[in-house]
Design a protein around this ligand. Structure first.
Ligand code: HEC
Ligand code: HEC
Length: 88
């Protein structure tokens, strides 16, 4: 193989690796906050008072006694940094 061909293959492999990496990024795979009646008040709150005000309320339901977190759930301090609202 010529040097230029090897370089082209390396570039292609790099591009493929980048796409795979981006598709695996947490933001793309983490479940969004459902746009249902339960969560409607928090959508409203996010719009009016911002994310920090809204996410204070998440753990009123999302706790061990209520809606439990899946095993191995990451640090829960800032729900809305990971769980996005449904596009709007
Ligand atoms: C009044 C109780 C309540 C509050 C407060 C609440 N949730 Fe929920 N949440 C639920 C219930 C019940 C479910 C499961 C049924 C459903 O999808 O509505 C759920 C499901 C979810 C799911 C899983 C969606 C899926 O695809 O499986 C996410 C993510 C979520 N909530 C995030 C949040 C965040 C972030 C907040 C704070 C802004 C929040 N919730 C506040 C009750 C609540
Ligand atoms: C550092 C990122 C991060 C933060 C912060 C975070 N989560 Fe999660 N959460 C995840 C990941 C990753 C999963 C597993 C993938 C999935 O199912 O969305 C998950 C799963 C969940 C699920 C289950 C979704 C399902 O359908 O099984 C709920 C409910 C949930 N998180 C609620 C919350 C709440 C409420 C908070 C804030 C108290 C919070 N999360 C903070 C990353 C995060």
């Amino acid at each position: 193989m010529k040097k230029a061909q090897i370089r082209d293959m390396a570039l292609l492999a790099g591009a493929v690796a980048l796409v795979v990496f981006l598709l695996n990024a947490p933001e793309e795979t983490t479940h969004r906050i459902p746009a249902d009646d339960t969560h409607a008040p928090y959508y409203e709150m996010i719009r009016k008072d911002g994310k920090k005000a809204a996410e204070k309320h998440c753990e009123e339901c999302h706790n061990a006694q209520g809606v439990p977190f899946p095993a191995g759930h990451p640090a829960k301090a800032r729900c809305l940094l990971c769980h996005k609202i449904v596009d709007q």
